[in-house]
Design a protein around this ligand. Structure first.
Ligand SMILES: C[S@@+](CC[C@H](N)C(=O)[O-])C[C@H]1O[C@@H](n2cnc3c(N)ncnc32)[C@H](O)[C@@H]1O
Length: 260
C-alpha cells in the first residue's frame, strides 16, 4: 500500500519542540482543549478504553486499504485500532487541533497525521490517499453540525472507500447521529447498525456503523451462494448414496436368482 505524505499544518515544527502542554496527562490536556473550543472538541475527556475497543471492533483488519480516523484527539481509538491488529502505516489520522496533531505524531510515529478539516475530507485528503480506504472511523462531535453537513461528511467518506468499506461513528445519544430517515440517506441505500450501549464509558455512548447498500447485497449474495453450494453438495451426496444402495440391492437380487 502506498500512502503519500501530506505535511502537517506547520510542517516538521510539529514534531520537534516538546511543548509544556504535552507534559500534561491526557485528561488535563483534553479539558484544556475543550475549554478553549468546546464545540469543536465535543467532549471534556478522552474516550475510555471500552468505547475505543467497541469502535475498533467494527473494523476488519483483514480488509485491505488505509483506515482513516477522523478526530483522533489524544489517540485512544488509534490505540484500540492498533491493538485490533491494524498496522500503524495503514492509519491516517485527520485532526484539526494542532497540539493534538503534535502529540499524535510523537505517540504514533508510524501513523500518518494530517492536520485539517474532516468536514472538507476530499480536500483535506487530496494527494494523501491513492488507494481506496477500507474504513473511516470517526469521533467527530457530529451533533454540533447541521444534518446537511453530517450527510455531506458521510458522502465524502463513502467516496474515499471501497464498496465494502464502513463508516464507524460514536455518539453519546441513543439515536443515529446521521439522520436515517432523510431522503438523501435512503436514496443512497445506506444501512445503519448500532452497537450495544457502552455503559462503562463516561458518559455512556454507542457506536453506529454505516454501510453502502451494495456492500450488503454483496454480503447477502455471497452467503446465499454459500448456502446454495452446501445444498448442492448435500444433493450430490444423497444421489450418490441412492446409486450405491440401488446397485447393492440389484447385485444381491441377481445373486439369489443364480442360486435358485
Ligand atoms: C470528541 S473528541 C474525540 C477524541 C478522541 N477520538 C477520543 O475518542 O477521545 C473530537 C475530536 O475531533 C476533533 N475535531 C473536531 N472537529 C474537527 C474537524 N472539523 N476536523 C478534524 N478534527 C476535528 C477535535 O479536535 C477532537 O480531537
Amino acid at each position: 500500500m502506498s500512502v503519500k505524505h501530506k505535511p502537517t499544518a506547520n510542517g516538521n515544527r510539529l514534531l520537534k519542540r516538546p511543548y509544556i502542554d504535552e507534559l500534561l496527562p491526557d485528561e488535563a490536556r483534553f479539558f484544556k482543549t475543550w475549554f478553549e473550543n468546546p464545540l469543536r472538541t465535543g467532549a471534556v475527556s478522552p474516550s475510555g478504553r471500552f468505547l475505543a475497543r467497541m469502535m475498533a471492533r467494527y473494523v476488519d483488519p483483514l480488509i485491505a486499504g488505509p483506515i482513516v480516523e477522523l478526530g483522533p484527539g489524544t489517540g485512544p481509538v488509534t490505540q484500540a485500532l492498533l491493538q485490533r491488529g491494524v498496522a500503524p502505516d495503514r492509519l491516517i489520522l485527520v485532526e484539526y487541533d494542532v497540539a493534538f496533531c503534535r502529540l499524535l505524531q510523537r505517540r504514533f510515529p508510524r501513523c500518518q497525521v494530517v492536520q485539517g478539516d474532516a468536514y472538507d475530507l476530499s480536500h483535506t485528503l487530496a494527494g494523501v490517499l491513492d488507494v481506496e480506504a477500507a474504513a473511516v472511523v470517526s469521533s467527530l462531535p457530529l451533533l454540533n453540525r447541521s444534518p446537511r453537513q453530517r450527510l455531506n461528511l458521510i458522502d465524502q467518506a463513502f467516496e474515499l472507500m471501497r464498496a465494502d468499506g464502513c463508516f464507524v461513528q460514536f455518539t453519546y445519544g441513543m439515536n443515529s447521529p446521521i439522520p436515517l430517515g432523510s431522503r438523501h440517506f435512503l436514496s443512497q441505500g445506506i444501512s445503519a447498525e448500532a452497537s450495544p450501549p457502552v455503559w462503562l464509558n463516561l458518559p455512556p455512548a454507542r457506536v453506529w456503523i454505516y454501510r453502502h447498500g451494495s456492500a450488503l447485497e454483496d454480503k447477502h449474495e455471497s452467503s446465499g451462494k454459500k448456502l446454495l453450494g452446501k445444498l448442492r453438495a448435500h444433493r450430490d451426496k444423497m444421489r450418490n448414496d441412492i446409486h450405491i444402495r440401488t446397485h447393492a440391492v440389484l447385485a444381491r437380487k441377481k445373486g439369489t436368482r443364480k442360486t435358485d
